[in-house]
Design a protein. Structure first.
Ligand code: HEC
Length: 106
């Protein structure tokens, strides 16, 4: 967990333009976390080698839902739904994930 945190900090320091562009969190760090922790159940990106679970909303569905703002996603992740495991995400990871999901909105 500490390594992930260091990675996120490094990414933010090395890519300030990217972080500024993406709102509050870091899109690249969020995508990495999503592929690592969320791809077992959710479709998290266009190119994904692992099959996601049927009946679980894809990150594109979540991004397209006008009720799911980045703030709402962050709140959800801080206190996950019973059907979803509590992954003990840090605030920084939650922010990056919410920003990444928000970046999938089109
Ligand atoms: C073990 C499977 C599993 C994993 C791993 C998982 N999820 Fe989920 N997630 C679910 C299920 C099932 C739901 C639907 C909950 C419901 O509505 O009953 C859900 C719902 C959500 C929602 C709410 C969607 C909505 O419209 O209400 C968000 C946001 C979300 N997941 C984000 C994530 C993120 C980010 C990760 C990785 C850190 C993740 N999930 C990892 C199973 C999972």
């Amino acid at each position: 967990m500490r390594l992930t945190l260091l990675f996120c900090l490094a990414v933010m320091l090395l890519a300030p333009a990217d972080a500024a562009h993406a709102g509050s969190g870091n899109v690249a760090a969020g995508e990495k976390l999503a592929r690592q922790w969320c791809a077992a159940c959710h479709v998290v990106a266009e190119a994904q080698d692992r099959a996601a679970t049927i009946g679980v909303p894809s990150f594109f569905d979540i991004a397209a839902n006008p009720d799911m703002s980045e703030a709402k996603i962050a709140t959800f992740l801080a206190d996950p739904h019973p059907r979803m495991p509590d992954m003990g995400l840090s605030n920084l990871e939650i922010r990056d994930l919410a920003t990444y999901i928000g970046s999938l909105r089109r």
